[in-house]
Design a protein around this ligand. Structure first.
Ligand SMILES: Cc1ncc(COP(=O)(O)O)c(C=O)c1O
Length: 451
């Protein structure tokens, strides 16, 4: 019914602060009186959502024989079995990529990709600042500088219009992040990279099956990186992958991740090149192989529920879902909304989050301005970075964080809800809209109580 609810009628209903809010959802707790139900839980009312949300991760008994088979075989390492290679073929096929290399984690996938795209000590990589810290760290581990383009507050991903001003003679690659499973606008990013001869490494660690203009994220640049860590939509405790359409590049990835052993047509300088051990185990591969159908099915459910949620949230003043690039489909590792405190009587974002949590809706503020947290200061004051970059460059680099106005806004105003909420039924998803509507209707009282 929310699809047919006009904005004016919604405000009228919520402003009345009455049980009319129940019209927004179908699952209001039956025990609560109308007065209790309409009062925010933080002010003593009944929470809109009582009971839990789908748990994560989920395993099936039917997966056990495959895992036991590996256990009993003793063939646990990739070199002694076939399952990791089997997974690589299947995942490449699922994504429409030519090749895939399985790795120990998303972080190691990024390290492999950066190494193979020749990001070396003293280079610079233009990257999205709104991401998990592993993206920054992978670049720093190459002794390269993560140079931040700004975040577009409407999309929460890298703003392509801010990339070119960050280019220096040291720039080697662009690293867009499909954060929360929302595709970056890849056409302008690839065009800039092509114009300047840069590599494009996609951080698709949160974007399994996300699509941009009919192609899957992770297949749009030179190499794509994925994570299969426990919280991810395709989890195996730890795990990762690099995908690509160039045999030469993926052969190089294979070699680097396997102690530098020559692979395929990549011979290196003999039988070994520089490398590390970033191999996936057979156990991880069999767990992943069980979940392809589940991933596809759940992706469809998350998308349907995200649409339902978006339609409801757009009716609420001060709440705006993120905008996706044209002709793209997100997979919603987190579902973000943009919060405008001025439409909530000055109730701060963090107070809003607390009020929503009290209504039984788990959510949080998301990434902070991590470049101000000390990690980058520690890096640029290190002996190695001081040798690799001039004092003037490091000073200008540090000062450039102040220019990230879009990202500052995103870090201050975003609220994110985890993917498992989108696996609930429609009635439960409607509770989210209902709870936010309730907070909006009572924002004056909530703001006053918080002072
Ligand atoms: C955007 C992003 N990049 C990189 C990573 C690193 O992946 P992993 O934890 O598998 O090393 C993650 C994991 O959370 C991520 O979300």
């Amino acid at each position: 019914m929310k699809e047919h609810l006009t904005r004016r009628r919604f405000i009228h209903q919520t402003a009345a602060g009455s049980a009319a809010l129940t019209l927004l959802g179908t699952g209001m707790a039956p025990m609560a009186t109308a007065a209790e139900a309409s009062k925010p839980a933080l002010l003593g009312g009944a929470p809109v959502h009582q009971g839990g949300w789908p748990g994560w991760p989920v395993w099936r008994e039917t997966w056990e024989p495959a895992v036991l088979e590996v256990l009993r075989s003793g063939r646990w390492f990739r070199g002694s079995g076939e399952h990791v290679a089997e997974f690589e073929l299947a995942y490449a096929q699922l994504l429409g990529a030519r090749r895939c290399l399985a790795t120990a984690s998303g972080t190691t996938a990024l390290l492999v990709a950066l190494q193979v795209m020749d990001v070396d000590a003293g280079d610079e990589v233009i990257v999205s600042p709104f991401t998990f810290i592993a993206t920054y760290n992978a670049i720093l581990n190459q002794r390269a500088l993560p140079v931040f383009a700004d975040t577009d507050p409407a999309t929460l991903t890298i703003d392509p219009a801010t990339i070119e001003s960050r280019i220096t003679e040291r720039t080697r690659a662009i690293l867009p992040v499909h954060i929360y499973g929302m595709p970056c606008d890849m056409d302008p990013i690839n065009a800039i990279a092509k114009k300047h001869g840069f590599a494009v490494i996609e951080d698709a660690c949160q974007a399994w099956l996300a699509e941009y203009k009919g192609r899957k994220c992770g297949t749009l640049g030179d190499l794509g990186c994925f994570s299969f860590q426990n919280s991810k939509h395709l989890p195996s405790g730890e795990g990762g992958a690099v995908t690509g359409n160039s045999d030469d590049l993926v052969d190089r990835c294979q070699a680097f991740h396997n102690c530098g052993r020559a692979f395929g047509n990549f011979k290196g300088s003999g039988s070994f090149t520089r490398g590390s051990n970033f191999r996936m185990q057979q156990f991880q591969a069999v767990i992943l192989l069980q979940q392809f159908e589940k991933l596809t099915r759940e992706t469809a459910v998350r998308r349907e529920n995200a649409e339902l949620l978006g339609a409801g949230l757009r009716q609420i003043p001060g709440i705006q879902p993120a905008r996706l690039p044209e002709n793209s489909r997100a997979v919603w590792h987190l579902y973000p909304l943009r919060y405008d405190a001025s439409q909530f009587h000055g109730l701060t974002r963090d107070q809003f989050v607390r009020a929503l949590n009290a209504e039984g809706i788990p959510c949080g503020g998301g990434y902070t301005e991590q470049y101000n947290d000390g990690l980058l200061d520690e890096a640029i004051h290190s002996r190695g970075f001081k040798r690799l970059f001039s004092e003037a460059r490091l000073k200008a680099y540090r000062e450039s964080f102040r220019e990230l106005k879009g990202n500052r806004q995103v870090c201050a105003n975003t609220v994110g809800m985890s993917q498992n909420l989108l696996l609930a039924g429609r009635a439960e998803v409607n509770h989210i809209v209902e709870a936010i509507g309730k907070i909006q209707a009572h924002s004056e009282a909530l703001a006053k109580a918080a002072r």
